[in-house]
Write a new protein. Structure first.
Length: 278
């Protein structure tokens, strides 16, 4: 029977042969999740997997060889130092979105019992993270996708937040918020329709187009949310944006009479978040 170190080499080589540029990192995730190992145990590499575990890993590697995202394969990902369930049909949270959460937390940290709406919530990672780190914050997680809402509900329950965080089926393009919030936050679909076909295969073929397609110019959701969001006086609207959408989204907020508009860059110094005040 081979040990983890030997198995890691085999899996990494299989993924490299399949053309996966992140073969080493993906093999590590598959092994830690599939064998329930810590990073230290993986590095030591002396654990001998059972036949059942090897069979599971082989199934996972076959999926990874098709460029299926590892997060879907293992069923979870990390965001804001928390674990979130994900599955096909739900956008995978990205590290860039942590900037959006951090900015909103900074804006509401001194506000008593703020209410936020997370529009196009996907896995619920934004609203749940806000509620997890600010203990008196209440959140409504809104999405048109029932799959996304079911996953959000699972993630809410994982952190025992059901008393403060609720899901609601909501179409941003047609529905109306029932009440005003202190903050509306959104990482909406923002890829221009004609660009989707040029995205990397692991995004284009596996992540939901519903969470990617922002219309002809990628700005449909920004326009609708900025125009229709119900926000209390002094409240904020906070968007994640594509790196090349800064000017357009700032203009949309200006046209809808938001004030103190600010853009925040990501760690690669690209525009990532736009925030405005009501």
């Amino acid at each position: 029977m081979m040990n983890t170190k030997e198995l890691r080499t085999i899996i990494t080589n299989r993924l490299k042969t399949a053309g996966n540029a992140e073969a080493a990192a993906i093999s590590a995730v598959l092994l830690m999740r599939g064998l329930n190992l810590t990073k230290t145990e993986l590095i030591i590499g002396d654990y001998v997997p059972t036949n059942e575990q090897i069979k599971l890993l082989d199934e996972w590697v076959k999926r990874a060889e098709t460029d299926e995202p590892v997060q879907y394969i293992v069923g979870e990902t990390e965001f804001m130092s928390l674990k979130f369930k994900v599955c096909k049909g739900v956008l995978i949270p990205r590290a860039d979105t942590e900037i959006l959460v951090s900015e909103v937390l900074g804006r509401v940290k001194d506000k008593k019992s703020p209410v936020i709406w997370d529009l196009c919530c996907g896995s619920g990672c934004i609203g749940i993270s806000l509620a997890y780190y600010k203990k008196d914050l209440s959140a409504r997680l809104a999405d048109i996708s029932r799959t996304a809402l079911n996953v959000s509900d699972d993630n809410i329950n994982e952190y025992n937040l059901s008393d403060r965080v609720k899901t609601v089926c909501f179409d941003v393009l047609t529905d109306e918020m029932p009440c005003a919030a202190d903050c509306v936050v959104s990482n909406p679909p923002y890829i221009a329709h004609d660009v989707i076909g040029s995205l990397d295969k692991n995004v284009r073929c596996f992540e939901p187009s519903l969470a990617l397609d922002g219309g002809a110019d990628g700005l449909d959701f920004y326009r609708k949310i900025a125009a229709n969001a119900k926000i209390k006086d002094g409240g904020i609207l906070a968007f994640e944006i594509g790196f090349d959408q800064k000017d357009e989204v700032e203009e949309i907020l200006e046209q809808n009479r938001y004030q103190n508009i600010k853009t925040v860059n990501d760690i690669e110094n690209r525009p990532r978040v736009v925030i405005g005040t009501r």
